[in-house]
Design a protein around this ligand. Structure first.
Ligand SMILES: *Cc1c(COP(=O)(O)O)cnc(C)c1O
Length: 396
């Protein structure tokens, strides 16, 4: 009888990393261009805000907020950045399998069936509460961890009030505690209520640490800031700052950016090829559901990008636009899974093979992640992190 060979597990979250020989051209359909200079600029700007000794721990979860985790982390490695945080164990594995060096902290939950991956790939696991510490300890092998303290967000972390349980985590023989951290959940502004809350979170966190020290426990590295925490409360720096969105050169929304003087530069552009150009005669429709009607003779371009690539479908029917040769082309009708129609009636000489800019600059015009986030009533974090796996990612 034939033996059935089960497929090996593969870890793949959308980073198609092939050699240039295997795959020489990455601008064929729709792609993301990453600006290495801007990434380096942002790293330097953020480092200037950190006290000496505090390290940047870039958040490269969710495929580096859509940018491409392997590409971004490789670049950061080359800049001398050597610690990262991710959300999941498979994200950590993917980085390791692509040669990323340094510490990788998993911020989220890892299932006990996957604990072997922590050792195999030298990943640091977050202890999300005391019961989880016991499960992790029972695995029986030494595991490097950072211990998370819940100081008021009430998401992950052992509650700061449960000091005895926190001490019990330190008694777990198999846990090598390399760090302690908390997460600020109202640090995106400095209004009185949010400020008071943030200060209370910080005080609570530092109190837990001093009590632990009084009990003789060693608390190696501490960290509490993400992007907003660093920008609004720079005095709260510890040994690391876990920086995501700011590193990519944007903040969650335009107002946040306007409230700060820090000079951050967007790292990412999204571009797509014009696949086809055609006439649309007066009275004809285009796309699914007859949602676009030519009120007079029009010209339409078909773009090789759709909602499965992360272009939000809510930008359909003129809610969004792209740039072609520096001109605006409104989205015509409904965005499809793989393609999008745009009205190019007012743009001269558009041809198949031309490039449409979805996010980024074209001529003197620009579409920013803020524009798209506003048009789709969300924050840049969501918009960017949903950029799809089919987009090629290129560092320039
Ligand atoms: C995502 C995340 C960060 C990074 O947040 P930004 O606001 O993008 O800088 C930091 N810490 C934790 C726990 C996170 O989940």
């Amino acid at each position: 009888m034939k033996t059935v060979v089960l497929p090996q597990h593969r870890f793949y979250t959308g980073n198609l990393i092939l050699s240039n020989a295997q795959y020489p051209y990455r601008k064929g359909r729709a792609w993301i261009e990453l600006n290495s200079q801007n990434l380096r600029h942002n790293v330097n700007q953020l480092y200037n805000l950190l006290p000496s000794g505090c390290q940047l721990m870039p958040a490269v979860k969710a495929n580096a907020y859509g940018h491409g985790a392997v590409l971004v982390s490789k670049e950061l490695n080359s800049f001398g950045v050597h610690c990262f945080c991710v959300a999941t164990v498979s994200e950590g594995v993917e980085l390791r399998r692509n040669g990323i060096k340094g510490d990788i902290l998993i911020l989220g939950y890892t299932c006990s069936k996957q604990f072997f991956l922590l050792n195999k790939y030298h990943l640091i696991q977050t202890v999300i509460d005391y019961p989880y510490a016991e499960i992790l300890n029972a695995y029986g092998k030494k595991i490097k961890v950072h211990l998370k303290i819940d100081t008021g967000m009430h998401r992950l972390g052992e509650r700061s009030e449960k000091f005895d349980d926190i001490c019990n985590i330190f008694k777990c023989k198999n846990l090598i505690i390399e760090g302690l951290y908390t997460h600020l959940c109202a640090s995106d502004n400095t209004l009185p209520q949010e400020k008071a809350f943030t200060m209370k979170q910080a005080t609570t966190f530092f109190e837990v640490i001093s009590r632990l020290k009084e009990c003789g426990y060693i608390c190696p590295k501490i960290h509490l800031q993400a992007s907003c925490g660093l920008l609004n409360y720079p005095e709260l720096s510890g040994d690391y700052a876990r920086i995501g969105i700011a590193l990519y050169g944007v903040l969650s929304n335009r107002e946040d950016m306007l409230n700060h003087t820090i000079d951050l530069r967007p790292v990412l552009s999204v571009k797509a090829r014009v696949a086809s150009v055609k006439d649309l005669f007066k009275g004809e429709n285009a796309g699914y559901g007859l949602q676009y009607t030519a009120n007079r003779d029009r010209k339409i371009a078909v773009l090789a990008i759709g909602y499965a690539d992360g272009l939000p479908r809510s930008l359909s029917c003129g809610n969004g636009k792209v740039l072609i040769n520096g001109y605006e082309a409104p989205i015509a009708g409904r965005i499809c899974m793989d393609q999008t129609l745009v009205d190019i009636s007012d743009i001269p000489n558009v041809m198949s093979g031309d490039i449409a800019v979805v996010i980024g600059k074209s001529g003197n015009s620009e579409i920013t992640a803020y524009d798209l986030a506003e048009q789709t009533k969300t924050i840049t974090n969501e918009l960017l992190s949903r950029l799809g796996a089919r987009l090629e990612r290129i560092m320039i």
